[in-house]
Design a protein around this ligand. Sequence first.
Ligand code: ADP
Length: 319
Amino acid sequence: MKRIGVLTSGGDAPGMNAAVRAVVRKGIYHGLEVYGIYHGYQGLMEGKIKKMDVGSVGDIIQRGGTILQTARSEEFKTPEGQKKAIQRLEEFGIEGLVVIGGDGSFRGAQKLSHQGIKTIGIPGTIDNDIAFTDFTIGFDTAINTVIQAIDKIRDTATSHERTFVIEVMGRDAGDIALWAGLAGGAESIIIPEDPFNMDEIVDRLLKAKERGKKHSIIVIAEGVMSGVEFAKKIQALTGFETRASVLGHIQRGGSPTVFDRVLASRLGGYAVELLLEGVTGHMVGIQSNRLIHEDFDIALAQSHRVDPGMVQLAKEISL
Ligand code: ADP
């Protein structure tokens, strides 16, 4: 293998740049030519491809977002779109492709791999919703952003003796809500994977008030219900003044944490090693601090599960 390509796809996540940097530098270290593909699969089909050198990924490890830009492409989901992409790779002589993204991006890489293109996927998504890896790139930064917001909201909640509902990202996945809720001392954490009981939540709030608690914080994942709607229900059922705060896209941005930079660097380097060993159609991940790889066909057939022990712990110690 002489020439490889790297792209970022789907939702952006802090730490993607650190992964791109690692792929480029590790590739060059091993004598490969590395090409950056801009705007994900859409850019691949359109031939937005540029040779990267060591300096082209300088000064990006600390930056959020992705210098390669990202995109979503409906066309790429079609066999014709994939054919175009493969033609472009052949035109540029790119023999191996590293795809940094979420499970949708992995499905795209899986399709290419089934058609003979050597691909490796690196999990980059703030949602931490990919099976076979304990963590995805961007999750740690996102929960640190959420925790900063929760700590600030707590100050005003205490001053005004209010209940706050904080809506965080996670359409189908509750990890952001669960980790940030646990770390932020939320009274209730509501996630898509664990159906909530309104009577229990209201009872908890009333008991906390009786104990003299001055504020309450509820963290809800966006996939369950809108935070605004949930706050209205809480206010109607408890009579407590309740406010909603929707954190939104700030959760995607910002300088990646040390954890995300190191994770991204390790996974990026490992992806290149695997391509050089001839591994294809696999994702890389981290399990118990060890780098692993797993076939897309197996990995994508499973979904990431929240840790039931953490869900239970949150219920037991959040009062
Ligand atoms: P993420 O990678 O963050 O989950 P998406 O689900 O939007 O984001 O996927 C990113 C892109 O990957 C899509 O816009 C599409 O081009 C490609 N993709 C997603 N699913 C498939 C699929 N089943 N087959 C081929 N390509 C896909």
